[in-house]
Design a protein around this ligand. Structure first.
Ligand code: ADP
Ligand code: ZN
Length: 316
């Protein structure tokens, strides 16, 4: 039966018969749920505010139950969530959010309620690892390995795909919390990370921009000195990731990176900081195709969840 699905001859038929996945993009302020077989075949989507784990997961479960009745059974569910979280299947806290300042979510079990409701494989990873996987399968990262996906918004987080797999280890990468050189004469702002003050996130995420300059990033004009400093910090971090991970592409998501004038400035500063040391034409000549926006645009998050579901069926 599975073979006949894959070999279904006509587009329409194969679309109707393709394996269906459920994706849950779990954000700090909202959840997005989608049901479909891939980026060109999303059958249904919904979004609702993040409240308590019980209520929020309950809404997701109700959505998939309702949609399964209309579109057919799901093959797997993927959750791409804010962190920190435990993605290690052999750990006792697998599938949980780890201690977090977010009220009500510390130690919340995300995976078990879904398994109990649907008895399906459940993929579970960070939002940025999910986005890295989706970009690798369907977006800007196709044909590249390693893929680094970095989001710069309310927080800063990074996901990494390497040798075809998402990078885990102790837990998962925490690329927003690397220390950065901080010239206190140029930038006396102490930083806002509750753990480290002036780590990358503490200096360069949206809330740092807002607190340092007294206005939200969205309202700062393109010629404001905020942007040169912001690009400086982002470029320092990217230069570190380039020399440590040797990625074949770096994809920048999140609101701050979407400022049109930022990308050229970041690319130029990365080249300056690396000073020709990394001998790859991607850095030295083709940097416009090396440090890029998500090919899936704003959809990278929810498609990341769908990609995690698809991956959960491949890994059995
Ligand atoms: P989230 O990280 O919450 O998913 P965003 O990526 O939109 O969502 O990040 C929100 C943060 O980024 C806020 O601090 C906001 O001020 C800032 N931000 C969002 N869009 C922009 C923009 N176009 N330019 C600068 N800052 C932005
Ligand atoms: Zn930090």
């Amino acid at each position: 039966f599975t073979i006949s699905i894959k070999q279904a001859p006509c587009g329409v038929e194969s679309k109707c018969m393709a394996a269906l996945f459920g994706g849950i993009e779990g954000g700090g302020t909202k959840f997005v749920c989608a049901l479909g077989s891939g980026p060109d075949d999303i059958r249904a989507e919904t979004r609702f505010p993040t409240t308590t784990p019980e209520e929020t997961l309950g809404k997701a479960i109700a959505f998939f139950r309702e949609q399964q009745a209309l579109h057919g059974m799901l093959s797997a569910i993927g959750v791409a969530s804010f962190g920190p979280l435990d993605p290690n299947p052999v750990s006792v806290t697998f599938g949980h959010i780890l201690p977090t300042p977010k009220p009500g979510w510390a130690n919340a079990d995300i995976v078990r309620p879904l398994q109990e409701a649907f008895a399906l494989p459940v993929g579970f990873d960070t939002d940025v690892n999910g986005a890295a996987l989706a970009e690798s399968r369907w977006g800007a990262g196709q044909g590249c390995d390693p893929v680094v996906y970095l989001t710069i918004g309310t927080g800063i987080g990074g996901g990494v795909l390497v040798n075809g797999r998402l990078l885990h280890g102790l837990l998962h990468p925490e690329m927003g919390h690397i220390p950065l050189p901080h010239d206190l004469e140029r930038d006396p702002f102490p930083g806002v990370c509750p753990f480290h003050l002036d780590c990358f996130e503490g200096l360069a995420a949206g809330p740092a921009l807002e607190k340092r300059w007294g206005q939200r990033g969205e309202t700062l004009p393109p010629d404001h000195p905020a942007w040169d400093l912001e690009a400086h910090y982002i470029a320092l971090a990217l230069s570190s990731f380039i020399v440590t991970l040797s990625p074949q592409i770096i994809i920048l998501g999140g609101g701050v990176a979407q400022q049109a004038h930022m990308l050229p400035l970041i690319r130029q500063k990365v080249q300056q900081q690396l000073s020709g040391y990394v001998q790859s034409p991607y850095v030295n000549e083709w940097i416009d195709q090396y440090i890029v926006l998500p090919g899936l645009g704003q959809r990278a998050g929810v498609l990341g969840a769908l990609a995690l579901a698809q991956q959960a069926t491949e890994q059995g």
